[in-house]
Write a protein that binds this ligand. Structure first.
Ligand code: ATP
Ligand code: MG
Length: 585
């Protein structure tokens, strides 16, 4: 078939997906088989994520393939082959062992998306220390809290971050023995060291010590959308999930160029911004800069990105622009677009088709699950607004928990309940660090309870209803904010919506919506009434918002998620709770 004809095919048809028969893959699946696709350490020394991601490729023909293409803020490009990554991560593992950092010791990073971040991650894993990324836009308090609660032993950062955020509190962090600064040439003291100097003095050969699949590998703090962030502990065996989902959901094929826009400060940016693409020996793009619509489209075009993994917040930002820059770029190399982190409004899926030429595949998971659990697979028809179906090897159910912590599985389709997963998948978190009780409370009746409310349709697709904390009980109805928000977004004036329940003497709670308008629309009374009528027509009067308030922007956390708990606290004049992850307006 000539290329011109192939090009006209929807991107997803250009290659046969790795997983092309969902039912059969589920029936035949066993995790042992995934284990057999991994290399494992030589001489029976166990399983190490960095060995799987880097070293095993450095021994093959793809050693000189670009593993990471780094794009600096000003446009500079640096390529790191698998061989380069092997040498650099070996060096950093040697640095850690010279500093006496041991198995299980926490190695934190507080930098932007610079090469040293990726080298630290891989080197720490090789040394069997624990990689713990911090989002660089955190202020001193959230940084201190996480270092303290995570028992940070080594920190890699920049001089500016150190002076602003660490130095004032360093005395209260006695566990923090060494700080390595990436942008100084000479050591400043015994514990304040130059990263480049240490690296240049270290050898580039390193023998990974025995690593048990159950050794702790990554400590990730949750996004803090619903409250104080929790430190979820992950082990080396999580690599099974990273590999399997890279293959079956993200659909990595040899030669692919992949771009995950998430910062490694969030779990997506580590599981899929570092580990998963490297496991598959493909090229992954790292952009140092933050969201910029034109820049992003240019990267997609110039780097010929095949698979793009992003988040609803970015998609909504693109949608809100009055002129879509994507239309001016050649995005024909894109084969698949995925989204995670928040519910993806049906409107956004359809927008993808119009503006990017491809629908957007939503998938669901959490910091706690370590990897994708529910997805719209490339081989399946997307149901806009649905998160898709569970991964092979993942048993998901809709349940109701009673006060005595007994669990009722809701078999009937379309009945909302809490999403529960059967424990035992390899990347399941092994605990919240120092919060045993909070961890224990996540399990009941043989299930892990996710805290998200969903419904499952008759064909097994899961639909997000809302976070358990965000559900609105109005006049005897349970209303999920997502449904109301998605309906509002169908109106041409609405860029973003956040919906809460507001206490009401008659209804118990009434539905209140906060709406940010697209450019060119004025927050006028007329429009407010029009939106109320629009929602009522589609949702019915029981579910439609009784109040709509315009806001220039909705409060979001640094992971880009709308913080409904904050909308509610502000509305009710209540304490705002932990704001460590709040993105400033
Ligand atoms: P915290 O647990 O600290 O409140 P968080 O839950 O936002 O923060 P993450 O682990 O980063 O922290 O996010 C996981 C949550 O994000 C899920 O539990 C779910 O509520 C939401 N989420 C992720 N993907 C999707 C999706 N595709 N559709 C709907 N919600 C999603
Ligand atoms: Mg959570």
């Amino acid at each position: 078939m000539p290329w011109e004809t192939i090009k006209k095919l929807p991107g997803s048809l250009r290659l046969r997906p790795n997983l092309f028969d969902y039912e059969r893959s589920c029936a035949d699946f066993c995790w042992e088989e995934t284990g057999r696709e991994l290399a494992w350490l030589p001489e029976g020394k166990g399983l190490n994520i960095a060995h799987e991601a880097v070293d095993r490729h450095a021994q093959t023909l793809i050693a000189e393939r670009v593993a990471i293409r780094w794009i600096g803020v000003a446009g500079a490009i640096r390529d790191f082959t698998y061989n380069d990554l092997r040498g650099l991560s070996n060096r950093f593992a040697n640095v850690l062992s010279r500093l006496g950092a041991d198995k299980g010791d926490r190695v934190f990073v507080l930098t932007g998306r610079i090469p040293e971040l990726y080298i630290t991650a891989l080197g720490a894993l090789k040394n069997t220390s624990v990689f713990c990324p911090l989002y660089s836009a955190f202020g001193p308090e959230p940084v201190y809290q996480r270092l303290k609660r995570g028992d940070g032993r080594v920190l890699v950062t920049t001089e500016a971050h150190y002076r602003q955020k660490i130095a004032p509190l360093a005395k209260q962090l006695p566990e923090l023995r060494h700080v390595l600064l990436v942008d100084i040439e000479e050591h400043l003291g015994e514990s304040l060291l130059s990263f480049p100097k240490m690296m240049s003095e270290a050898g580039d050969e390193f023998s990974i010590p025995s690593t048990s699949p159950e050794d702790m590998a990554v400590l990730h703090f949750t996004s803090g959308t619903t409250g104080m962030p929790k430190g979820a502990m992950h082990v080396h065996q999580a690599v099974f999930t990273h590999y399997m989902t890279g293959k079956n959901v993200l659909d990595f094929h040899p030669g692919d160029v992949f771009w995950c826009t998430a910062d490694p400060g969030w779990v997506t940016g580590t599981s899929y911004g570092i580990i998963s693409p490297l496991l598959h020996g493909i090229t992954t793009i790292v952009d140092e800069a933050d969201f910029d619509a034109v820049r992003w489209c240019r990267i997609l075009e110039k780097e010929k990105v095949n698979i793009w993994y992003t988040a609803p917040t970015a998609i909504r930002r693109l949608m809100r622009l009055s002129r879509w820059p994507c239309l001016q770029f050649d995005l024909s190399h894109l084969r698949l677009i995925h989204s995670v982190g928040e519910p993806l409004n049906p409107e956004a899926v359809l927008w993808g088709e119009e503006a990017l030429g491809l629908p957007i595949h939503d998938n669901w998971w959490q910091t706690e699950t370590g990897g994708i659990m529910i997805a719209n697979f490339p081989c399946m028809d997307i149901r806009p607004g649905s998160m898709g179906r569970p991964l092979p090897g993942i048993e998901a159910a809709v349940v109701r928990r009673s006060k005595e912590d007994s669990i009722e599985v809701l078999e009937e389709p379309d009945v909302p309940g809490e999403l529960a997963l059967r424990p035992g998948w390899p990347s399941m978190f092994r605990g919240y660090l120092h919060e045993e009780e909070r961890y224990r409370k996540c399990f009941a009746g043989g299930w892990y309870l996710t805290g998200d409310l969903v419904r499952r349709d008759a064909d097994g697709y899961f639909w997000f209803v809302g976070r358990a904390d965000d559900i609105i009980k109005t006049a005897g109805h349970m209303v999920g904010p997502f449904e109301v928000e998605s309906t509002l977004m169908e109106h041409p004036a609405v860029g973003e919506a956040g919906v809460i329940g507001k206490p009401d003497a008659v209804a118990g709670e009434l539905v209140k919506a906060f709406v940010a308008l697209k450019p060119g629309f004025e927050p006028k009374e007329e429009l407010r009434l029009e939106l109320m009528a629009f929602a009522r027509k589609r949702l019915g009067s029981a579910v439609a918002p009784r109040e709509i308030e315009f806001q220039t922007d909705l409060p979001k956390n640094k992971a880009g998620k709308i913080m409904r708990r904050l909308l509610k606290a502000r509305e009710l004049g209540l304490p705002q709770g932990d704001l460590s992850t709040l993105e400033p307006d």
